[in-house]
Design a protein around this ligand. Sequence first.
Ligand code: BGC
Length: 755
Amino acid sequence: MRRRSGIALTLILFFLLSLLSASQLSYLDPSLPVAERVEDLMLRMTLEEKIGQMNQYLGLSFLEREDQKSADQMLSQLRQGLIGSFLMVADLREANRLQEIAKQSRLKIPPLNAIDAIHGHCLYYGATVYPTCIGMASSFNTDLVEKIHAATARELRATGYHWAFFPYLSVSRDPRWGRVGENFGEDPLLVSEMAAACVRGLQGDDYASPGRVLACAKVLLGDGQSINGLNLAPMDVSERTLYEIFLPPAKACVDAGARTFMVAHNEINGIPCHSNAWLLTGLLREQWGFAGYTISDWGDIERLVDGHKVAVDQKAAVRMAVSAGVDVHMHGSDFVEPLAELVREGAISEGRIDRTVRAVLGDKFKLGLFEDPYVDERKGGEILGCEDHIEMALEMGRQSIVLLKNDGPVLPLSRNLKSLLVTGPLADSNALVGDWVHAQPDKNIVTVLEGIEALVSNQMKVEYFNCGNLLEITDQSIDTAAAKARLVDAVVLVVGGNDNRSDESWELRFDRPNRSGGENVARSSLGLVGRQLDLVRAVQATGTPLVVVLVNGRPLAIEWIAENVAAIVEAWQPGMQGGKAVAEVLFGEYSPSGRLPITIPRGVGHLLSFYNYRPTTYLRKYKYGKTGPLFEFGHGLSYTTFEYRELQVSRELSGGGPVNVSVEVRNTGDVASDEIVLLFVNDVVSSVTTPVRKLKSFKRIHLEPGEQKRVHFRLSTDQLALYDVNMRRVVEPGVFEVMVGDLRGEFELESPPLR
Ligand code: BGC
C-alpha cells in the first residue's frame, strides 16, 4: 500500500514538473537567441517530427477539391506535427486555420506557407498583377523590378504567406517552351540581374523583417533549352553552355542571398537534377557557399521512379534525392515514412536530416511565427492591389512594351482621328495578365479596348468588333472585321496568345481551351494560332492604317506581319493595367522604350536563334527563305531619336585595370523618352570560340528633347573572362571590341593574362 502511494506521488510530481517545464520550454522563449531555440526544440523532436519539417503539402481547399480523403489525411498529419510547410494555401482564412490546427500538435510548430508569386501575388484574389517576367525584362529596369517584388512580398505576408516560389532564373533559348513568359529572356546577364533584383525585393536585407518573405530561386537547373522545347524534357547541353549560359543566374541568386532553391523537373546530360549531387551539393553548397535549403519541384522525387527511371521505388528515390541535396519534398504522402526508414537503417544519417531541420526551424523563429503565426484579415484587404502597387503595375506595363516596327510612322495615332476600330481575339481579353494568375475581379483588369476607350473615346468614335476567341475566328468574322476596317480611320488589331490558366470557376487548368502558352503548353510551331494571321491579312488588305498589337508570353514567328504591316507593338503580357499602358503608347502619351530580352525567330526551323551566337553560326545560309532572326535581342524603337556620340574607352591601369566605357547619348527628337543603353563586348581573338557579342552592362536613362547625358560603365577584368580549353576561368590578353548603340571602340589587355 505504501509502495502504491509512493508511485502515485512520483507520478503527480512528474506531472507537475512537466507542466512547469512546458510553460518554460526554452524554444518558446522569444528572448533567447534563435540558434538556442532551434537546438532546444530539436532535442525534443522525434525523428518523424524532424522529417515533418521537410514535408510540404498542398493547401486544404486544393486538396479538398481533389478528394476529401487526402484532405483528412493531411489534417491528421498536421495534428501529429508531420507537416512543415504548405504550398497553395487558398487564402488568409485558410492560412489562419492551418496555423490553428498546427497548434494542436505536440510541439506546436507553425507551418511556412509558400506560393508561386511569378509576377505579383497573382494566385490570390484581388492581388496586384504585374506584367509577366518577359515584359519586366524588356524594361531593363532592375530598380523597378526590385520595388515590385518588395510590394509583392508585402501582399504575401499580409495574406499569410512566408515563402515565394520565385524568381525563375532559367535562360530561355527555345521559344517553343511554354514558360518563356515566366522568365527574363535569353541573356544570362539580364536574367541574373533581374533574378537578383527579385531576391532583393522579396527578402530585403533581412527576410525576417516585417513585410518580407523567403525567396525560392528556381529552378536548379534548367529548363530553357530542352531537347524538344517541351517542359520537363531533358536538357542536353555542353559543360561550356552550362557554365556560360545557365549557371550564372543561379550563382547571382546565391550571391543575392536567396534563402531557398527549387530543383528542376528535368535531367541535364543524363542526370536528373533531383539526384544530382554535383549540382545540389558540390556546386551549390560546397563551391558557392549556399546555406539555405532546396525544395523538390512538383512530383519530381516520384518522377525519379516513373519518369527518369533511375530509382526502383519511392524509397530509393527519396534516398537518391535527399543524399544528393534535396531538403524539402513538395507535396505528397510518400515521404516521411520512407525517409524515417532510411535513417533508421543507416542509409541516411540523422545529421543530414538535422541540417535541413535546423535551417527550416531557424526561419520559422526568425519570421516570428512561434510568437504570432496569424494574419489580420483587415490588413490583407488594405495592402492587396493598393494604389501604390497598381501604379507600379502600370509603370512597368508602360516600360515593358517594345515597339517592333513603325514605318510611316503610323504611331503614335493621332487624337484627331474620327474613328477607330479595335478588334482581334485579344482586344477585350484578360489574356494580358499571363500565366500563374487566378481569376481576378473583372474591375481590376484593364483590357486593351478598355484602355483605349478610357483614353480617347470622348474624342473619337471607338468601335469594338468581337471577332471570336483565339481558335474561334471564322470566315464570317474575318469578312466583317475587314468590312468594318474599310469604314474607319485606323485599326488596332490585337492578336497573340493566351497563357492564362484560370477561368471564372476558379479552376486552375493547364488544358484550358484557348490556352496557347504557359506552363506545360509548348508548341511545335511559332506562328499565330488559329486563323489570326488570316484576320491580319484581311484587315491589312483594306489599306486602312493598321497597328498590330501582340499580347503573348513567348516570341511569335510573325514574318508576314513584320514584312507587310507598318506598325507592330509587342505588348507581351502587360499585367492588370496593361490595356491602359498599351493605349498610352498607341496615342503617344508614353514613348515606348522597351527592348527585346529575347530574339524573335522567323520560324521553328531557325531555332536555336539567339543574339550571342558563335562566329561561324551564320557563315552559311538557308537555301530557301532568309537566314537570321526576325527581330534580335535588344531591338526596340521609340517615338524620338537618340544619337550616340563620343564613345570613350580607357583602361584604369591601377587596381587590376578595370575598363571605363562612356558614351554621350542625346535625345535628338522632340519627345521625352527613356533610352536603354546596352553595352556589348566581343573578345576578338580567343583560345576558344566566344560569341560575336555579349551583353556586359546596361543602363536605363531618361532624356527630355534636346537633352544629353554621358553614360558611364565600368568593366572589371573578371567580366572579360572566358572558360578556356580546360574549363578554367581565365582572362586572355588581346583586343576586345566594345559596342554601344551604333558605335564601336576597342581596348587591349596586355600579356600576361590577368586574373
Ligand atoms: C512548377 C513550379 C511551381 C510548382 C508549384 C510546378 O509544376 O514547375 O514552377 O513552383 O509547380 O506550384
